[in-house]
Ligand binder design. Structure first.
Ligand code: BDR
Ligand code: CA
Length: 307
């Protein structure tokens, strides 16, 4: 089985992605490293533990990481995800505690333990991975594949006019990570919008019998209703698409390889992803940008995770 390390800030869509990963027979989740992002670190850690518990996977270690971006504070997304990050559903907390080791150190340690085989999937702000790279710049040499949910590759942002939330929350971290890996897969916000789920389909999937569907119905209710009001008949579940691409790369139907960087500084474009579509800067193509994924495969992966 492929060892899988997930860096995440759960988060309603992170939760679905984690359930997909924990249910996948071809991958072994070897750890969750947690950042602040959608909500504060105390909540994202607690949520990761609750998600493992509902998936029957209390054996997966959860490592708390950075509780803020590298340089500048940034607002959270509690309006979408709920104050507790999982829809304020009033579910009981997990019964076990998180690990003592910091996420950045855990990333380095797990990269040694699974050197050359590790699949690293980033579903939140890239603060923990950037810090790990500062501690050990040789990290990329031991990662078999990095998949990132982040960015808005033609500038249609979801948090500012041009920026996507994960990159906007910690642009300096994204700049460090995008510059450190020779190759990575990018599932951005615009790919998310091209792969939405019809709300009526999601309602049906969530009516499946069993504790996982019931849990996810409860924790996602607030976010799904928010999305229906704000965005219409499709639900955009960014982290689920990124995880699908990570777990089943064969279902990628179209991708583009290009150089990608991040706008830093304090302008209105802070956090925008800069894709050199015309290759004008002579830089290497580092990002493999997801353009089209097999929608039926994606929906099957989600349904399997909820079953
Ligand atoms: C990303 O931002 C977060 O709110 C989601 O969990 C996802 O990772 C989408 O822009
Ligand atoms: Ca996320």
């Amino acid at each position: 089985r492929i060892p899988l390390l997930i860096d995440t800030d759960p988060g309603v869509d992170d939760a679905l992605a984690l359930l997909m990963a924990l249910a996948d027979a071809r991958h072994q989740v070897v750890g969750l490293t947690i950042a602040a992002g959608n909500v504060g670190l105390e909540h994202t850690v607690a949520n990761a533990l609750r998600i493992c518990q509902v998936a029957g996977r209390d054996d997966v270690p959860v490592f708390p990481g950075c509780d803020r971006p590298l340089l500048h504070p940034s607002p959270d997304a509690a309006n979408v995800h709920g104050v507790d990050g999982l829809g304020d559903a009033g579910l009981p907390p997990a019964t076990r505690a998180a690990e003592a080791r910091h996420a950045a150190e855990a990333i380095i340690e797990l990269s040694h333990r699974h050197a050359g085989r590790l699949l690293l999937v980033a579903l939140g702000p890239l603060t923990n991975i950037a810090l790990a790279l500062r501690l050990d710049p040789t990290l990329p040499s031991r990662i078999a594949r990095l998949v990132v949910m982040g960015g808005a590759v033609t500038g249609h942002g979801n948090i500012t006019p041009s920026a996507e939330f994960n990159v906007f929350f910690d642009p300096e971290a994204a700049h460090i990570v995008f510059g450190a890996f020779d190759r990575f897969d990018l599932a951005d916000w615009e790919a998310t919008v091209a792969h939405g789920f019809l709300h009526e389909d999601v309602d049906r999937w969530l009516a499946a019998p069993g504790p996982v569907a019931a849990f996810y119905e409860a924790v996602s209710r607030h976010a799904r209703r928010w999305s229906e009001d704000a965005r219409g008949d499709r639900w955009f579940c960014a982290d689920a698409l990124a995880m699908a691409m990570a777990l089943r790369p064969g279902a990628v139907l179209e991708a583009a390889e290009r150089p990608v960087d991040v706008v830093l500084g304090r302008s209105a474009a802070r956090g925008a992803t800069l894709v050199d579509w015309q290759r004008q800067l002579g830089r290497p193509d580092r990002a493999r940008i997801l353009l089209r994924y097999d929608q039926a495969a994606l929906e099957a992966q989600v349904r399997e995770a909820l079953a």
